[in-house]
Design a protein around this ligand. Structure first.
Ligand code: CP3
Length: 342
C-alpha cells in the first residue's frame, strides 16, 4: 500500500524532503491520558503489551492525538529475553524485574537459545498486523528491538541499575559467557526484526540505551560487533540509537544502516562531519526542553533546525519523552517542526 505520508521513509533514504519529519521516542504511552485509560482497563503494562488489539490501539493514539510522522509499535525491548525463557515483570513505578538472571554457564544452559520467534512473539507480530490495518497507510510503522548489549545488561543484572556493575563485572570474569549470550541474543533479534518486517513494519530501530557505560574498546567488542551483524541482515530504513556512545560515533557512521540516532549531548555538527551525506541523523533535542514555556520550546526547536548543515535529518528528542511532559508541549514541538519549510 502506498503511504499518504512517507516523509520519514524519504528522509531515512536521503531522498528530497520539503520539511523535516518528526516523531518521539517513547511516544506510545506514558504521556497520554488516553494511554493511561487503556492501561487501567487491564492488569498493567505486560497484559497491555501482550494483547494485540490494545497494543495496536495505543500505537495509533499518538498519530491521532499528536500528529507525528511515524508510529512505533507499542511493546518493549524486554520481550526478547522473555521469549528466550527469562520472564520479566513490570513493577509499577519501579520498572522491569527478572526473577532469574544469567551470571553462570549453568544459567545460560537453561535459556532457550533456538526459538521460533513467530510463535513466542506472535503477540507483537499480530499487534503489528492490526496496527498496519488501523493506520490505513497514513504514516509508516517503526518496529524495534534492544541492541544485544542493552539486553545483556537486563539479563545479567535482573533489573535496571545506575552502574550495571554485575554486567560489567562479567565482561572481566567470564567474557566467554558474555559473548555466548550476546550471540544468542543477536541471532534471536535478527529473526525477530525480520518477522516484524514480514508482518508490516516499514522501518526498524535498535535501542542501545546503555552503550554509554562502556569504554571505547569494550563497546567495540561487546556492543558494535553484534550491532554490525544485525544491521548487515537488513536493507531499507534502519536506525541505530546508541545512547552515550560518544567515542564510537565514527564507528557507528561506518555501519551499513541508513540512520544514526543522536542523544542530546552529542554534537550534531561533529556527527555530520563524520558521516557527510552518507547517513540520516535522528535527534536530538534535550527532552527537558519540553518542560519549558511554549515560546521556549519553539525557539529551542527552531535553533536546532537552523543549525542543521544538511537536509538529511529526522527530528526527535535525544532520548525518550519523559512521562510527566504535558501533551500540549509535545504538540508545540511537533507543530514547530512541521511548520518550518526547508
Ligand atoms: O517508543 C514507544 O513509545 C514504543 C514503546 C516502547 C516502550 N519501551 C514501552 C514502555 C519502547 C520503544 C521501549 C523501549 C525500551 N524499554 C528501552 C529503550 C529506550 C530507552 O528508554 O532507553 C528500554 C531501556 C526499556 C526497558 C524499560 N521498559 C524500562 C527501563 C521501563 C521502566 C521505566 C520507563 O521507562 O517507564 C520500561 C517500561 C515501559 N516500556 C513503559 C512503556 C510505555 C512504562 C510502563 C507503563 O507506564 O505502562
Amino acid at each position: 500500500m502506498k503511504l499518504e505520508n512517507d516523509i520519514y521513509l524519504r528522509a531515512s533514504r536521503g531522498e528530497a524532503i520539503e520539511r523535516y519529519p518528526v516523531w518521539l521516542m517513547r511516544q506510545a504511552g506514558r504521556i497520554l491520558p488516553e494511554y493511561r485509560a487503556v492501561r487501567d482497563s487491564v492488569s498493567g503494562f505486560k497484559e497491555l503489551a501482550e494483547t494485540p488489539a490494545l497494543a495496536a490501539e495505543v500505537t495509533v493514539q499518538p498519530i491521532d492525538l499528536l500528529d507525528v510522522d511515524a508510529a512505533i509499535i507499542f511493546s518493549d525491548i524486554l520481550v526478547v529475553p522473555d521469549a528466550m525463557g527469562l520472564t520479566y515483570q513490570m513493577i509499577e513505578k519501579k520498572g522491569p524485574w527478572f526473577e532469574h538472571t544469567i551470571r553462570t554457564d549453568s544459567d545460560l544452559s537453561k535459556l532457550d537459545i533456538k526459538i521460533d520467534v513467530e510463535d513466542r512473539l506472535a503477540y507483537v507480530l499480530e499487534a503489528i498486523a492490526i496496527t498496519k490495518k488501523a493506520l490505513n497507510g497514513r504514516v509508516p510503522l517503526i518496529g524495534f528491538a534492544g541492541a544485544p548489549w542493552t539486553i545483556l545488561c537486563y539479563m545479567v543484572e535482573g533489573s535496571g541499575s545506575k552502574t550495571f556493575s554485575q554486567t560489567r563485572k562479567l565482561l572481566y570474569t567470564n567474557p566467554i559467557l558474555a559473548h555466548e549470550l550476546l550471540q544468542a541474543i543477536t541471532d534471536v533479534t535478527i529473526e525477530y526484526l525480520k518477522a516484524q518486517k514480514k508482518f508490516g513494519a516499514d522501518a526498524l530501530q535498535l535501542f542501545d540505551s546503555w552503550a554509554g557505560i562502556l569504554g571505547h574498546e569494550q563497546y567495540q567488542e561487546f556492543g558494535m560487533k553484534y550491532i554490525k551483524q544485525i544491521v548487515a541482515a537488513f536493507q531499507g530504513p534502519f536506525t541505530v540509537f546508541s545512547k552515550g556512545a560518544y567515542s564510537s560515533l565514527e564507528n557507528l557512521m561506518n555501519l551499513s544502516c541508513t540512520t544514526i540516532g543522536l542523544d542530546w549531548n552529542m554534537d550534531m555538527d561533529n556527527a555530520r562531519v563524520l558521516c557527510g551525506e552518507n547517513k540520516t541523523l535522528q535527534g536530538n533535542l534535550d527532552p527537558c526542553v519540553l518542560y519549558g514555556s511554549h515560546q521556549r520550546i519553539e525557539s529551542e526547536t527552531l535553533n536546532m533546525l537552523k543549525a542543521f548543515k544538511s537536509h538529511r535529518h529526522i527530528v526527535n528528542l535525544g532520548h525518550g519523552v519523559y512521562p510527566d511532559i504535558h501533551p500540549e508541549n509535545v504538540k508545540t514541538f511537533i507543530k514547530t517542526v512541521k511548520n518550518n519549510e526547508i
